[in-house]
Design a protein around this ligand. Structure first.
Ligand code: FAD
Length: 387
């Protein structure tokens, strides 16, 4: 596997174990039929509990059955999962960074006891409801409302593009609490079988096909006071979750790029044209040199992010830079890799085009490339381009 600057020589024994276990899981359980799932638009749901047993959900957190691994181990896990498919890494990102993390960071002791063990071992599936039909890049404009009643809240609104909502047991729904001054955003744990909740599936996706995506409709849905995340108020609630998930994406997409690169390299050595392997042509070698350099630069950013996170110095702007850069790399590399495969490259028999299509989603979700560009620009100039 491409590790040109030998970054993985510095891994600890534990980190190597995590990487190897995830790599084996992907080789044995994911790769054999991920192409079929992509074609059929299905997620391999039978793998959800197995991923839980293997500790793939929020292993960088501790307590309530979570193992408390380091940030680099977590990053390596995301990298290996996304080498399988971005849908697989999305499953682990949503469950870990967007559902387990907010309960772990902002939940009451009762909420933690109730949800963390079940989410951690994959018995329960969670989803994260922030985006709305009219509010994507600007989630602060959200219209979903929580109105206070005697001992709870009544939720109304709709969320869309929600990974896993049709298969989720619980949704972390972000809504404005109209009972408090300034209607601050608060997080609500909403079981999806409550009266008034609908979770329609979004079909016809041309990207991230091996992942279930849906809406969350909230029509007078009652939740108790005990279902509100007590430890956070305002946009820092959802935004802090997104920083966690984007850290995982910065690592994950390196896996997609690397897998596409490896497929193309093998193909170029095997495929013969004009009396020998296409890998001997200088034009092809130029592509491999460029892809390997780009992937290596992305690996360097990912490894550095983990160091900064581990020592508590990671700023969300650092994560914006790595998310933006590494997704761009994955976008370029998967397209070039597909090109090397010629006609065979447009089938699901090889990974590059599937990864390439998935990356269009990754380029857009968790902050589009444009939004991260503006975050970095604001950090550098001190001038916000948008509110
Ligand atoms: P818009 O915000 O309408 O943006 C459209 C275009 O305008 C983009 O190119 C954008 O960069 C550009 N733009 C917007 N504002 C600016 C600006 N200020 N300056 C310059 N350009 C700008 N959301 C969740 O809450 N939970 C999930 O689990 C989830 N999963 C998803 C899964 C998939 C498969 C997809 C596709 C999306 C998912 N999302 C999820 C939603 C995702 O986060 C949004 O699609 C994303 O934030 C962009 O919002 P939008 O699609 O409304 O695009």
């Amino acid at each position: 596997m491409l590790d040109y600057l030998e970054l993985e020589d510095d891994l600890t024994g534990e980190e190597k174990l995590v990487r190897d276990e995830a790599r084996r899981f992907v080789e044995e359980k994911v790769k054999p039929d991920i192409g079929d799932h992509f074609e059929q638009g299905t997620f391999p749901t039978d793998l959800i509990p197995e991923m839980g047993e293997l500790g793939f959900y929020a292993p960088n957190l501790d307590g309530h059955g979570l193992p408390g691994l380091g940030e680099r181990a977590y990053g390596l896990l995301m990298q290996e999962l996304e080498a399988g498919d971005s849908g697989l890494r999305s499953m682990a990102s949503v469950q870990g960074s967007l559902v387990i993390y907010p309960i772990h960071a902002f939940g009451s002791e009762e909420q933690k006891e109730r949800w963390l063990p079940a989410l951690g071992n994959g018995e329960a599936v969670g989803c994260f409801g922030l985006t709305e039909p009219q509010h994507g890049s600007n989630p602060a404009g959200m219209e979903t409302r929580a109105e206070k009643d005697a001992d709870g809240y009544v939720l109304n609104g709709s969320k869309t593009w929600i990974t896993n909502s049709p298969i989720a047991d619980v949704a972390v729904v972000w809504a404005r609490d109209t009972s408090a001054g300034g209607s601050p955003v608060r997080g609500f744990l909403v079981e999806t079988d409550r009266d008034g909740v609908t979770t329609n599936k979004i079909d016809d996706k041309l990207s991230m096909r091996a992942s279930v995506t849906g809406e969350i409709g909230l029509d007078d849905v009652w939740v108790s006071d005990d279902d509100v995340l007590p430890g956070v108020e305002g946009m820092k609630g959802p935004l802090s979750c997104l920083t966690q998930a984007r850290f995982g994406i910065s690592w994950g997409v390196v896996g997609a790029a690397r897998d596409a690169f490896e497929d193309a390299l093998q193909y170029a050595k095997d495929r013969e044209q004009f009396g020998g392997p296409i890998a001997r042509f200088q034009l092809q070698q130029g592509k491999f040199a460029e892809m390997a350099t780009q992937i290596t630069n992305a690996q360097l950013q990912a490894h550095r992010l983990a160091e900064l996170k581990e020592r508590g110095d990671l700023r969300h702007q650092h994560v914006s830079m790595a998310k933006r850069h590494n997704v761009r790399v994955a976008r370029d590399v998967t397209r070039t890799a597909r090109e090397v495969l010629g006609g065979n490259g447009i089938t699901t028999d090889y990974s590059p085009m599937r990864h390439m299509e998935n990356i269009e989603t990754v380029y857009t979700y968790e902050g589009t490339d444009d939004i991260h560009t503006l975050v970095i620009g604001a950090d550098l100039t001190g001038i916000e381009a948008f509110e």
